[in-house]
Design a protein around this ligand. Structure first.
Ligand SMILES: Cc1cc2nc3c(=O)[nH]c(=O)nc-3n(C[C@H](O)[C@H](O)[C@H](O)COP(=O)(O)O)c2cc1C
Length: 201
């Protein structure tokens, strides 16, 4: 394996999520390079259904307020502690990138494939952030499926949100979590239906 392949694989194999994030978050040209990784996501029909919304600085507080409003909309009697926790997370994370989906329900490309392409874009974003030395975590929660919040962020139906990426510098240098072996999730098909050790009780 050549050196570049080794470095790229090491990066893929060592990524793990963290929400223990501090400043700095990427900015300027470095951020643009990282975001460019979404343009390498596989994409049936060249629809490019992913959209990235960068939320930083004072706008974080505005987003946190919208998140709390969404929670109040979705729950008749929301737990004040949960409201406070979510407000704090969204208002203090160094940066949040909202991953939106620009969906075309009438296109010949099935909606699921459009959503899968956005998922692949999200994965590329996480990997690019990690490769550049930043930390991140992809979160959703029911607010991610609130059409009113989606519209407030620029995604009126049929467009929607795929989630929120908290982005920053990992507080712990070695935050990497243990990687599970892949063998239980792999099978070779030789003519009969396969089964996986991962699915055995
Ligand atoms: C679409 C999507 C939504 C997610 N939403 C949440 C969430 O709301 N809260 C959470 O703790 N993890 C959520 N996760 C999982 C984390 O992003 C992360 O993958 C998980 O904590 C495992 O960490 P790892 O990426 O290091 O394996 C979500 C993942 C995906 C793909």
């Amino acid at each position: 394996m050549n050196k570049h392949a080794h470095i790229a694989l090491e990066s893929l194999l060592s990524r793990s999520s963290t929400d223990a994030l501090t400043k700095p978050a990427p900015k300027g040209e470095e951020l643009e390079t990282i975001l460019s990784a979404v343009m390498r996501a596989p994409d049936h029909g060249k629809l490019r259904p992913w959209r990235l919304v960068v939320v930083k600085g004072d706008a974080r507080v505005k987003l946190a307020e919208k998140i709390v409003e969404s929670m109040k909309r979705l729950h008749a009697d929301p737990d004040p502690k949960k409201l406070e926790k979510r407000y704090k997370r969204f208002s203090t994370m160094p940066m949040t990138i909202v991953l939106g989906m620009h969906l075309r329900p009438d296109d010949k490309i099935p909606l699921l494939e459009q959503e899968l392409a956005v998922g692949a874009a999200g994965m590329n974003l996480l990997n690019a952030l990690h490769a550049a030395g930043y930390g991140a975590v992809w979160v959703s929660g029911d607010v991610a499926y609130d059409p009113v919040l989606a519209e407030e962020l620029g995604f009126p139906a049929p467009h929607a949100l795929a989630g929120f990426f908290f982005v920053g510098t990992p507080e712990k240098k070695d935050h990497e979590t243990k990687r599970r072996p892949v063998a239980p999730y792999v099978a070779e098909w030789t003519g009969e239906p396969v089964s996986f050790d991962a699915d055995k009780d």
